[in-house]
Ligand binder design. Sequence first.
Ligand SMILES: [Zn+2]
Length: 352
Amino acid sequence: MSSISSKARQTQRTLAEIDAMNTTPPDWEHCGTGAGDADPVGCRGIVIRSTGRCLVHCDDTERQSYLDELSPGADIDLRGTTLGENMLDALLDAVRDTEAELAPRIGDAEFSEVVFTGDARFDRTKFTGDARFDRTKFTGDARFDKATFSDTAWFYETWFTGIAWFPQANFRGDAEFSRAWFNVDARFNKATFGPAVTLGPMTCERTLNFESAVFENSVLIFAAVRYVSCSKARFQEPSTLRLLHAQVDLTDAVLLHPVTVATGSDPYVRRVFERDLPTKMSIRSLRGVDAAMLLISDVDLRNCVFTGTHHLDQLRLEGEWQFATTSEVARWRSGMIPRRRSRRQVIYEERL
Ligand SMILES: [Zn+2]
C-alpha cells in the first residue's frame, strides 16, 4: 500500500504531463532501442537481467530463458515494455497454476507504462501482490474477467482504448482508478469490492457498468461519464455517487445504508471531459429502491421512473433538483413525491 502523501503527489499530474514524461527517460534502466535525435529515449521497456534490452528486444534465447524461469506466483516487472497479445499469452502461460484450474497467478505485478497492443487477456488471473497498471495503455480490450486482486489494484491514469472488462473481478485490496480514462465502457458488473474504496475521479465516454456489483464497504464513485448502471448493485455501507453528465439507473439497487447521489464538481474531470452534455446528472430509474436510504442533491429527476420505489415519501432532496413541471404534463396524481417548490412538479410516469 502506498502512503497518502504519495497518492496526493500523483494526483497533481495531468494527462498532458504524462505525454511530456515520454520525452524524458523513465525511472528504471530501460532498453533504449530506437533512440535517436527525434526520440532520445527510445524503447522504454525495462531491461531484463544482463541483456541490456527489454523482453521484446532481447534475443530469442534470452527471452525464452526469462519465460522458463517464471513459475506460478512469480513477480513480474515489465515496466514500459510494449507487449503484444502473443507475448502476454506466453507470460501468462508461464505462471499458470496447475493446482488452480490453470489460472495465471502473479505475485507483485509491475505493468506501469506498459503498452498492450491488441487485446490484453488477464481473465481469471490471481494477483497476489500489488498489481500496478499506472499510466498503462490498453490499445484493445482489457479483460480482467474473474480476476482476483489480493492487494492494491493500481490503475492510476490508465488509458483503456477498448472496453475495460472487470466482470466478477474481486478486489480484496484498494482499487485505485484515479484519473483512469475509459474510451468505451468500463464493465464492473458482478464485481466485488472488499475494502472502502474511492473509484475516481475518472472519465468514461460511454457506460460505467456496476450491475449486480457488491460494495462490502463504503464507496465513493467519482466520474464524468455518459451513463451509469447500478442496477441490482449492493451497497453495504454508506456510499456516494458523485457524477458529472451521467444518466444513472438504480433499478433494484440494494441500499443497506444511506447512499448520496449528487452531481459532482471536480476541476480535473471538468477539464479532461468537456462534452456537449448537460452537466447535471440525472436519474433514470429508482424502481425497487428503498428511497429512505437515498439523499439526492443537484439531480435532474424529470425522466426518472419511480414505479415500485419503496418509502418514496422519505426520499431526501437537497440542492437544485428537478421534476417535470405541470406545463409538460396532461394529468397529475398527487401525494407520491415531496414537493418543495411553489411551482407544481410531477414525476416521469405521470407524463406517460
Ligand atoms: Zn525494448
